[in-house]
Design a protein around this ligand. Sequence first.
Ligand code: TXA
Ligand code: MG
Length: 353
Amino acid sequence: MTTTNIWRVKKADDNRLREELAQAACQLKDGGVIAFPTETVYGLGADARNTAAVERIFTAKGRPSDNPLIVHIAQREQLNELVLPYPQLAADLMDHFWPGPLTIVLPVRPGVLSPLVTAGLSTVGIRMPDHPTALALLVQAGCPVAAPSANRSGRPSPTLAEHVLEDLDGRIDGVVDDGPTGVGLESTVIELVGDKDIRILRPGGITLEALQQAAPAAEIDSGITEEPETAPRSPGMKYTHYAPQGELELVQGDSEAVVAYIQAQVTAARARGEITGVLAFEERLGRYESDTVLSLGSELELDAAAHLLYAALREFDGAGAQRIWAECCSIHGIGAALMNRLAKAAGNRIIFV
Ligand code: TXA
Ligand code: MG
């Protein structure tokens, strides 16, 4: 058991923030594992050059070691130390989207990062988080910080410090608590195809439509939606992530048919004595009668839905839901990331009605 410190950030001025983060930054620099907020989800950080420290991330999370970690930086100047020369398109994307929820896979400079960070690949995913507390912590620690989401492997990513503690209390050195994260889903991960194109390996806060402004042929990797025949391009794609403890099924189709199908399933499950859950949009929330009914807000405001998703999945666990049904949403904009996470949480069980 490790004692997990909690540092609550009170959002005063920059000097005050530096003081509040001093101990966390110090521990990070000295090989500790510290959870911190970003604009996407809470990350579990360690010095990306320190193998013993990075190893503790994998142990705390119970994460498979062939799944590489994203490296977080606070300043563009840190890049040259970490990666080999990259195409102009990557620099343009950084100009446009950093700081922000875009992870760019770049050729790694050999010998700098712990091999555990890259999981033996010749590339590394890098991002600059758009969060004042995260940036201040990274600057103060003065090292590149490897940080996966701060959850136990297979659990929904944390959007509150309380979620981090639920999963990792006693397993990590500390958590910087700065309230709820912004986007609520992890960053978009992309790789470049040649010098001019972009392939999305994981949809996220920076949408396909936004990336197509920079590279019109940008597309979502087919491996995300289809069963991979070869090794997936992003190792994280092969794991069932974000799974709630109950069995989740997504239901897609005409909204009246969706309501009828879900309610019939819920009624039948309850008759069998099962504890049920429904995840629905505000527009139809009142139509369901189930042990738990949780709202993702309006289906016309998917940014807000993205923000609510992981907390809702955790709430079903808390309620002991054994069978859960969820409505689907549009795959435009942030909807692509939302449906991607829902499909993963459901182990790809999608019913068309
Ligand atoms: O928003 C986020 O990205 C959060 C916060 C904490 O920054 N971090 C996060 O990290 O989601 P993680 O480790 O849970 O997800 C990393 C994803 C995985 O799907 C992994 O396979 C992919 O990025 N990835 C990392 N390095 C890669 C590489 N070199 N090539 C391809 N995919 C890579
Ligand atoms: Mg994760």
